[in-house]
Every structure is written in C-alpha cells, then in structure tokens.
Design a binder for this molecule. Sequence first.
Ligand code: GLC
Length: 409
Amino acid sequence: MTRHLPGKEKHVSTNRHEDPKAWFMQARFGMFIHWGVYAIPGRGEWVMYREHIPAEEYAKLADQFNPKHYKPRDWVALAQDAGMRYMVLTARHHDGFCLWDTKTTDFSAPRTAAKRDLLAEYVDACHSMGMRMGFYYSLADWRFPGGLYCYPRDPAIDYEPMVAQAHSQIREPLTNYGKVDMLWYDGGHPGDIWRGAEMDAMVRALQPEIVTNGGPGTAGDFVTHEQNTDGDPRPWEACVTMNDCWGYVPSEKGYKTVMQLIGTLVTCASKGGNLLLNVGPDPEGRIPAAAVDRLRSIGKWMRVNGEAIYGSTRTVLRPPSEVGNATQVGNRQFLHIHAWQGSTLAMAWVGNRVTRARVLATGTEAQIEQKGDRVWLHGLPQYAPDPDISVIELEVEGEPRYPELRFHF
Ligand code: GLC
C-alpha cells in the first residue's frame, strides 16, 4: 500500500469522479531536471561512458558532491513562475548514483559528501508547494555487467544483479516519499531482461495513480518523444533540451531563444502533447542563469497566453506554418502567430462562422470579414503585440470543424 505522509498532498484533487491521471494531459508543460555527480566534470551525464571512466574512479566524484546551494523550493518556484505544471528529477541516471537514501548501494547522496537525501528534499518542496512531481529512473546502470547498453541481450552476461537492483531501487522512493505522480523510465536495454510486467505491477500497487512512460515491455500511460515534436496518436510528451545537453555543461553556448522554446511548447500543444523542458543544474544545485532567464520569459508569456496552452487539444485550423500554429481549448480556437502580418490577418479553410477574434496580449477585438471558408481579421495592431508569439482567440459558431473541401478554385 502507498504510504501517504500527512499534510503533503495539497495538490491532489479530491473530486472522486475525476480521472486521477487526467492532470497529465491538461498540464502541457513540465520541467525535466538532469542532476547528479556528473555535474562536477560538467561534460554531460554520459561522461562516465564516453570517457570510459572506471567505476571506482568515477565514484570519487561523490566525495565532492556537496551541493551547498541546493534549494529545491527555488526550483519549484521557478517552474511555477514559468507556468510549468509538473517536474521530473533524475533520481538515478545511468551512472548509478542515487539521490535518495537507498539500502541497495553506498553510491548515494546521503552516504557520500552531501550527507543529505536530496530526493526527499525535492519531494517535500513539490508536495508543500502543490507541484506534481515525478522521478526519472534509468534501469541500466553502467557499473554492472551488461549495463553498458549491450544490445541485444548477450547470453554470456548475467543481468540478474542489475535487474534485481532496479526492482529494489524503484520500490524505495515509491514507498517512502508519499504520493508520486510520475515514474519516467529510461535505459531499459536490452528490453527483455527486466521482468517488466512484474515491475509495472509493483509500481502500480505502490502508487495506484502514478503515470508512467512505460517500463520495459509495458504500455505505460504516455509515450516519450526525445528531442522531437512530431506528435503521436497516443498521449505523448516531448522531452527537449534548452541547449544541446541534458546534464550541466558550463561552456554550453547553444541555448535556444525564448521564441524557439515557446514555439516548441505551442507545437506540442497543437498536437495534443506535453513539453518536458530540461534544465541541468550546476554541482552546487543552481539552475544556470541562461536557463532561468528563459524560463522567466516563458512565464511572462504563459501568464498572458496560458489559456491557449493548458488543456489544449489538436484543432482543425491549420494556419500556414510560415505564419503560425493553432490550438483548441473547449470550443475556443487559438492562433499562435510568430510571423505577424500587420493590421490584417488572412486565413482560409475555416469551417465555422467566426463570431469573435481577440488578441490576448492587448485585448484588441478584430473586425471580422468572412466569405465562405476565407476569413480576414481587420483592425489588428500593426506590429506584433508580443515579441515572441502573439495569440488570437477565436470564437466560432458550433463545434470547430473542417470546411467542405472543394479541390478547385
Ligand atoms: C537520452 C540521453 C539521456 C537522457 C535522455 C532523456 O537518452 O542519452 O542521458 O537522460 O535522453 O530523455
């Protein structure tokens, strides 16, 4: 049974009729956090593998990992300011270092320099601040035979110690930390060694309302699309970096612009998916300034335009991709314009009569001209009302639908 810690579940809906997993497809925007001892060398979370560092040598990093500035409440506050609705922290990556107090290994934060259960502090911050919260967990552990992504299964390797560790390790944070909203699996290679059905049954018995991206051989509640926003007919989430790295790389210069990041969020929402946007905190526990700045700007945008994102679905409106994108919430449709067209916006292939059009950033109401499926919005601001992406809310008669198509002009 799940152990619920008293007073830590403010965010949990008490509406008994509500689907306990529905929050996930409403949330649309979350924070991914890649953080562990690999932040010290600052060459990404794959440094052990890429530089072929022996496990004993790599383990010494834990003797220096003592994050003095780790204040997960600041992370949660930042995520909330950015308009994010959930967070996923790497409880353990492929290197095997556990952020929580585990009985399975000494290679953990409480038993090395930090002497703190860093995962528990994150959980407490999320619970007390009403943030949905999940754990990323890598099944593969490079310190074990077969952990080096040997694929397919190698009959010469005994995988059982690594598999047994994964079962025991997953059980701990799902038992000892109250409600966990999400388990985010990674590293499930080779796919047929993990006793996946048994693992999934354990996870769901411990946390009946948990949402997962599917352990090995199990369907999960949603699918992960890594660094791509192509979309999926199933519930889906894109996990995307702000730069080119997941873990902390201080020299990283390739940060995407705020407009690109908002555009990525809009693209996910327009295809009925979530964006899990990554940050890589430094070894002291601070999220890099370049990421903080971008998140604050996204937050400003979300405070004006979030109603076009949360709970959004695909819509039948298809503005030219050179101009913008579209989402739908209930019966309202939203145009997300990145190439502002001046005081008149022309659209076509509109299946309903448009009754109202309003710019969210300014409240400007457009004058609507419509001839069949062709629509012109007049009286809009001459210049883009939002420097990044400007959103126009449309109200239409009836349920949004495609026009009757005529394949000639
Ligand atoms: C890739 C990276 C891994 C990261 C993951 C996040 O698989 O190799 O390090 O955690 O993406 O989706």
